[in-house]
Design a protein around this ligand. Structure first.
Ligand SMILES: [Fe+2]
Ligand SMILES: [Fe+2]
Length: 295
């Protein structure tokens, strides 16, 4: 099904399948009733290592394969948007079957995460396009639908074509990325110039870049920045790429910073049901987006 890789399965998906992930979740968050049967609570609670190893392997692959050429190749392919056309709700249905293996704390399905994010934004009285950004920010994960490896869909994003910052999670894995031996790409600025602006910078390929391009014509620029850079943690948290950003980026990143806590920390146990929320979100989607989207 993958139009793009001839990679073996263990490289496409460090998690063999979603069932394996679910088994891992059960080990991490065991059913208390099952504990009573044969294993001690301590045995069940010994969950840190397997979860971490999976995520670490995920980042090893991500840092090894996200090269400058890889990114250009993915952009040339996906930004034609010629794969499929469907209503946004079909994309959400698909997302509901996915889980995010870059987030060791995730135990919600994707639709719940999107609604938690958008509802928290709405409850704080932000403009409706900001609420819509909350709803759609992870929609690019439909890349999995087209057979993309997990490490080319999710995870922290970072610029390619210049030196990788040691502020990026697991920086030691960049030693396996061929770009660090290419003198075009391994200097501070690489193929870029000082403060050239992020619009000129290629980010590692994933759901952020993809959804940004999909939404480019429909949302205000502030919202587009949120979509495009919401996983760029080495910049949000560490300011590792100020030397590539221009003044406009800095102004727009105030909005990215505003969005980020909603993505990470919106976990309301009293979340309204989808049935209750549906009329509002159907109207919101209809206000900004066409009836079907091109993927
Ligand atoms: Fe995301
Ligand atoms: Fe998210």
């Amino acid at each position: 099904m993958s139009a793009n890789t001839n990679l073996p399965e263990e490289i496409i998906a460090p998690l063999a399948n979603l069932d394996e992930w679910e088994r891992d979740v059960l080990e991490r968050y065991p059913d208390p009733n099952a504990i009573a049967t044969n294993k001690s609570t301590e045995e069940f609670r010994n969950y840190e290592t397997p979860g971490r190893d999976t995520v670490k392997e995920f980042y090893r692959l991500n840092h090894t394969y996200q090269t400058y050429d890889f990114v250009l190749e993915k952009k040339a392919d996906y930004l034609r948007f010629n794969k499929r056309e469907m209503p946004i709700w079909d994309a959400f249905n698909f997302l509901n079957e996915l889980v995010d293996d870059s987030d060791p704390d995730t135990d919600l399905d994707q639709m719940q995460h999107l609604l938690q994010t958008s509802e928290a934004i709405r409850n704080d009285g932000h403009p409706d396009w900001f609420v819509l950004v909350g709803l759609i920010h992870d929609m690019g994960k439909v890349l999995c639908l087209f057979g993309e490896p997990q490490w080319a869909v999710v995870g922290d994003t970072f610029p390619v074509g210049c030196a990788f910052s040691d502020k990026i999670v697991y920086p030691e894995f960049f030693q396996f990325n061929p770009d660090i031996h290419n003198e075009k790409y391994n200097t501070k600025y690489g193929v870029y110039t000082p403060n050239c602006g992020l619009k000129n910078v290629h980010m590692s390929w994933g759901h952020d870049e993809y959804v940004y391009h999909m939404m480019k014509d429909y949302l205000p620029e502030e919202g587009l920045y949120m979509l495009r850079y919401h996983s760029f943690y080495s910049q949000h948290r560490e300011k590792a790429y100020d030397h590539l950003m221009d003044e406009h980026d800095h102004a727009m990143f105030k909005w990215v910073d505003k969005f980020n806590p909603y993505d990470l920390y919106s976990k309301n146990p009293n979340q309204k049901s989808w049935a209750e929320l549906k009329p509002y979100y159907e109207a919101l989607v209809a206000k900004y987006l066409p009836a079907t989207l091109k993927f």
